[in-house]
Design a protein around this ligand. Structure first.
Ligand code: CP
Length: 303
């Protein structure tokens, strides 16, 4: 049984994990603070009791949270594996895996490729993608950013790591300068202005990207670009719908390929492997700090 604990809107991650779990033969239950749930209600119960309750129903929890620290807090409260489905302005690791898998399905090993990123470098998907690339450094990484954009310490550290691993690092401030790359990962440059990392919130439509960061079919065709375009979606104004019919567009292919990626993540975490997470912080003295759930408990999840 896979529990979906979602505090923020999500289409792809929520439905994607639901579909992936179903294809593996698992059942899925929504363990979020839905209108019918007691979590957070005046006469209800607190987060800790909610998690301690739902872990008795679920073998694994997928969480998307409003705040960065909630996924960590959740993993401390439960002995079940927790998958980070996007924690506030923190990270979005499964999206990064999907991005990499899609690239390598089309173009082969990313380590031989030039990759450009045009996005808010503090966006969670961007940070996770940069960190993943450190493990498989591309030949070149170009950041396409507004001139006044300052990299966060975490992003700057990932870029330093990539440079140290031999990737050539460039920075440009116009999307047209990225069209000679093998891959362009694009999203809005305005993610930081969209509250709580809710990149799917339609109020974000008021944040129109500068034309220099807007990709159109016209720009691609004019430059005869073969760049593969990935985008975690939802799109804002940065990826014009005119791009969709070009062979460059791979963003809906990403949605399709997200299913085997999420199936693999679920399978790996439910396969009875030794669990490296932390156990409940209030276990009795002397209880092993990293006590994993038993393999038999994990394997029950095969339904
Ligand atoms: N890419 C992504 O995380 O989409 P959702 O917000 O719809 O899950």
């Amino acid at each position: 049984m896979v529990g979906l604990f979602f505090e923020q809107e999500s289409t792809r991650t929520r439905i994607g994990f639901d579909v992936a779990a179903s294809k593996l033969g698992h059942h899925v239950v929504d363990v979020s603070a839905t209108p019918g749930s007691r979590l957070g209600k005046a006469q209800g119960e607190d987060f800790e009791d909610h998690i301690r309750t739902i872990q008795e129903y679920c073998d694994l929890i997928v969480a998307r949270t409003e705040h960065v620290s909630t996924v960590e807090e959740l993993s401390r409260l439960t002995h079940r594996p927790v998958i980070n489905g996007g924690n506030g302005i923190g990270e979005h690791p499964t999206q990064a895996l999907i991005d990499l898998f899609t690239i390598e399905q089309r173009l082969g090993d990313v380590r031989g490729l030039s990759v450009a990123m045009s996005c808010d470098p503090t966006a969670r998907h961007a940070l996770s993608f940069m960190k993943l690339l450190v493990l498989r450094p591309p030949r070149r990484l170009t950041l396409c950013l507004a001139p006044d954009t300052v990299l966060s310490n975490v992003a700057a550290a990932a870029i330093d790591d990539l440079r140290a691993k031999g990737a050539a690092i460039d920075r440009v401030d116009d999307i047209e300068a990225t069209l000679g790359h093998d891959v362009l990962s694009i999203q809005t440059q305005k993610a930081a202005g969209i509250i709580s990392g809710r990149i799917g919130d339609m109020s974000a439509d008021q944040h129109h990207d500068d034309d220099r960061f807007r990709l159109t079919a016209d720009k691609i065709i004019r430059s005869r670009s073969k760049v593969m375009i990935i985008n975690p979606l939802p799109r804002h104004s940065e990826t014009d719908k005119s791009c969709d019919s070009l062979p460059n567009a791979a963003y809906f292919e990403q949605v399709r390929l997200s299913i085997p990626v999420r199936m693999a993540v679920l399978h790996r975490m439910l396969a009875g492997r030794r669990w490296a997470g932390r156990s409940h912080s209030r276990l009795p003295a002397g209880w092993p700090e990293t006590s994993p759930p038993s393999s038999s408990l994990l394997s029950q999840s095969a339904n």
